[in-house]
Ligand binder design. Sequence first.
Ligand code: UDP
Length: 385
Amino acid sequence: MSLTVLMNAGPWLSVPPPGYGGIENVIATLVPELRRLGVRVVLASVGSSTLPVDEQISVFADGQFAALQRPYNQVCGIAQAHLAGVVRELHSRDDIDLVHDHVEAVGLATLAAMGPAGPPTLHTLHWDLAKHPALYGSLDGGDRVRVNGVSASQLARAPLALREHSVGHVHLSTPLAVDADRRPRPDKGEHLLILGRINPGKGQDVGARLAHRVGIPLVLAGPVGPYHRPADLAAAGDEARQNPDVRFFLDEVAPHVDGDLVRWVGTVAGQERDDLLASARASLFPLRWEEPGGTAVVESLALGTPVVATARGCLPELIEHGRTGLLTADEEELGDLVLAAELLDPDECRRVAAQRFTPAVMAQRYVELYERVRQSASAPRLLPA
Ligand code: UDP
């Protein structure tokens, strides 16, 4: 295939990311598969990115994520400076067939503003689409800027103007799904796991109360705001309470964390994360928000751990009730489902993951969407003289 894609990863983190980094992880998973399919990839990221690509362009040497702790008026130029660099690049060359953009809000706004001077563009919506109502409610991408979601349910709730620009959704994937059904079966422990950022939407307080009610050990893994380890949060003192996720943890979750039945282990990574997930009897998603994409959900299946969850957001699309997990609209029912999850077959979870959630499946779907975006861009691109 002869297609050159400018993959706009943005200025926040290197690709792959050094730690937590959802979007940068998706890009790191997608790009090798696209290149295997013959796509030439020009990565717009920070200089410290190490992902093998055909070409890289950068405005910043290193990830700018830490700056996001500062007030808006001190950081609002960062994404714009990165996008200005991308636009300069697009104006100076004619070999980019398509831009695949991942930069929240400013990527979409800037590339739409390029009008016919820009290449066909696919902007992936990785987040909650209730954000940015002014931008999404009035979007005009002309004939060349299109969007995709990470689940059908995410797009179904999007403002009309955004939905009119949609070419569909692409579910998230995980490298753990590759040959997931061929790995040896892991030994199961007794614990339940909630893997994810600790915040009200992910519902760790519901999970912690449930664990005490049914008497099953629960491990909470994930950061609390910017704090990745319990010791870091303890050392931060009262100042940490300025962060809403810290307040949620201290007020709603921590009272149930007894270090025995319910434990918070901080952020886990690499083999430690995979072992904790693979050995869990089930992973729990007691959601209070419409989960847009659910990477941790597909990771759980890939490691042979059934999912017990509230049926919100993308969960009903990713989980087949009774086969790979158990879903309920009623939070109170989660306790019963946790007990019933024992009847689900871990091998079935791994089989489904190996069929549906590999990076190759995701890349194939993106290539189809690239084609649709290019076809809808009817007018030729206006290149500078
Ligand atoms: N994660 C991790 N360690 C943790 C908690 C989470 O590596 O301690 C990873 C998790 O495995 C997943 C990502 O962080 O890959 C979270 O992505 P998801 O889409 O589930 O949730 P988001 O944070 O994007 O809402």
